[in-house]
Design a protein around this ligand. Structure first.
Ligand SMILES: *Cc1c(COP(=O)(O)O)cnc(C)c1O
Length: 576
């Protein structure tokens, strides 16, 4: 028998939780992710494999990736397609399914990639692909560019993911007990489920009862990631009818997905029994955005083994054996001798600094306090906040700090692109005074180098825009302290002067609504702590510094890992 068929028989043996995500970042050379959401999905799946959870994941193949970022000498971003060969990593399943797009039958195939854990657990991921002979050239492009194209393109992708995904799992022989939508992108799957659970008209006394909403609700779980209204996918019903048609009557869809527009978040909210935000604060923010729904919070975590650099892995193996599959063992990080922790950190720092110098000729050194900032380049993340008062920075930090930056801007985010240019302008301006580098084409490998090799991880989002943030958790796993605005996960992980440092007001303080005033307040606090606490401690009190590194591990990594997160999804969302 065909080995893939044997494998499929094995994989479909027991009922599964189906995890749907528009993007999954599972490995650096599989470029089907853009950033935090996809990497979180990958970490979720890796922990599920380690914990031997019965899960299957569905995403899109994104044959041209998100994009490969080049940056010219003036800091202008250039976007190139990321070309990769799925067949190098995955096996093509023999099943095909069809979805209707603009009245055409569009064929979908699926690539199988299996995430295997050393514990013996394994999770299949199916990457959906419309690049099949027989599909029109336009339809073949639908799974090419992650977050590319216009609204119509996005809707088509979401049809492939949600509706095509459910059909594909069914076709492959999976029995699914829960559907977990990672963000609203996947929520069209509820439409396919409504169709599958439709009651015969002769069995019901009211026509509307043919749609068994409560049965679909019973098996759906929805995680929202977006703390602002504008971030939710919305489509006009004209577009919906043109592209999707009316698989369920429009009046029924409007009741579930919104009167004026199809709001995929609303659709997911109405059809999920369990809904959560990705940090406590984000749960509250989402709750106030959607009154009338019960929104819980399960704070994100990162995959401990993936996000620990080699030198710290060796150290943890020596003093905390078993740590990778039981991050709770970080509670005993105090067993690690200070000098060995510092030496392991310096090893990671050397790797980063050598890499930065090779990439950019920044001429950085190993001794200077190194601050890292890397994430999506977009306005609310305020990459340039630390340069609000350049004279002050020059005056008080001359020769005492160096900066490593990285991050892509979405091709349509002009402000994000402008920020990358601005960082480049500032870099020129500070030449000879403060060393700076911008590492192009941020990805998972570079993220690990950065979060483990810097001394301080900086994060300056405008509150409450950071739903959770996860790169700071990665830093903690490597004994790197966070210096961050109190938003997202840091509200829960921060103990001042112990696990790291806060920037700006406490979360309970009323938010200043004037953005410029907020920038000023945050920047002042940032400078004050940098000058009076962080720089002096780094150079003059290594003992306290290393104590704080231990606390970052023992308190932050101990909790903000995806094993803890998955155990909570199991007990609160999957088994109920
Ligand atoms: C972790 C990660 C992110 C998310 O970082 P945030 O700080 O949460 O925005 C984005 N991109 C890559 C490549 C990552 O590894």
């Amino acid at each position: 028998m065909n080995p893939l068929l044997v494998q499929m028989q094995e994989l479909t043996k027991e009922p599964k939780i189906a995890y749907f995500s528009m993007e999954i970042g599972i490995a650096n050379d599989i470029p089907t992710y853009s950033g935090g959401l996809g990497v979180l999905a990958g970490d979720t799946i890796k922990s599920a494999a380690d914990l031997k959870l019965p899960m299957v994941a569905v995403t899109l193949i994104s044959r041209k990736g998100y994009f490969t970022q080049e940056i010219d000498e003036r800091g202008r971003q250039i976007e190139l397609p990321t070309l990769w060969e799925p067949a190098k990593y995955m096996a093509l399943a023999s099943s095909k399914v069809y979805v209707q797009i603009e009245g055409r039958d569009v064929a979908i195939q699926a690539w199988l990639y299996i995430v295997k854990s050393l514990t013996g657990g394994s999770i299949p991921i199916f990457f959906l692909d419309t690049d099949i002979e027989g599909n029109s050239p336009e339809d073949r492009e639908v799974t090419a560019h992650l977050y590319g194209g216009d609204l119509a393109y996005r809707l088509k992708q979401e049809i492939i993911l949600g509706i095509g995904g459910v059909k594909m799992l069914h076709e492959l022989g999976f029995e699914i007990k829960k559907y977990h939508m990672n963000e609203g992108h996947a929520s069209l799957l509820t439409i396919e489920l409504l169709l599958r659970y439709k009651r015969p008209i002769e069995d019901v006394w009211d026509e509307r009862l043919v749609w068994d909403v409560s049965r679909v609700r019973d098996i759906c779980v929805f995680t929202t990631h977006t703390p602002v209204e504008a971030g939710h996918d919305k489509f006009s019903y004209d577009l919906v009818v043109k592209i999707l048609g009316e698989p369920i009557p429009l009046n029924v869809l409007k009741e579930l997905g919104g009167k004026d527009n199809l709001n995929l978040t609303l659709l997911a909210l109405n059809l999920s029994e369990f809904v959560n935000g990705v940090a406590k604060k984000h749960g509250e923010v989402s709750q106030s955005m959607f009154p009338g729904y019960e929104i819980s919070a399960i704070t994100n975590g990162v995959h401990t083994y993936t996000w620990t650099c080699d030198s710290l892995k060796r150290l943890y193996d020596k003093y905390l054996p078993g740590w990778a599959n039981e991050p709770e063992l970080f509670v005993r990080v105090g067993r690690v001798p200070d000098d060995e922790l510092w030496a392991a950190h310096m090893e990671a720092k050397k790797i980063l600094i050598d890499f930065v110098n090779a990439e950019t000729n920044a001429g950085m050194d190993y001794e200077t306090l190194t601050i890292g900032f890397a994430r999506r380049a977009t306005a609310y993340k305020r990459a340039d906040l630390i340069f609000s008062d350049i004279e002050r920075l020059e005056r008080n930090a001359f020769g005492k700090i160096q900066f490593v930056y990285s991050g892509k801007a979405h091709p349509k985010d002009d402000q994000g692109k402008w920020l990358i240019e601005r960082i480049h302008v500032i870099k020129e301006r500070l030449k000879g005074k403060i060393k700076m580098a911008y590492i192009k084409n941020y990805d998972m490998d570079k993220a690990l180098k950065l979060v483990s090799g810097v001394d301080v991880w900086l994060n300056t989002p405008l509150r409450p825009r950071e739903a959770s943030g996860t790169s700071g958790m990665k830093a903690s796993h490597n004994g790197v302290m966070n210096f961050s605005v109190l938003d997202g996960w840091w509200i829960e992980g921060h103990i001042e002067g112990f696990t790291g440092w806060a920037i700006g007001p406490s979360p309970t303080e009323k938010t200043i609504t004037d953005n410029a005033a907020m920038d000023k307040r945050d920047a002042d606090d940032l400078y004050t702590k940098l000058e009076n606490i962080i720089i002096p401690m780094y150079y003059n009190d290594r003992h306290t510094w290393v104590r704080m590194m231990q606390n970052a591990i023992g308190k932050n990594a101990y909790y903000f890992n995806s094993h803890r997160m998955m155990r909570r999804y199991v007990t609160e969302a999957y088994i109920r």
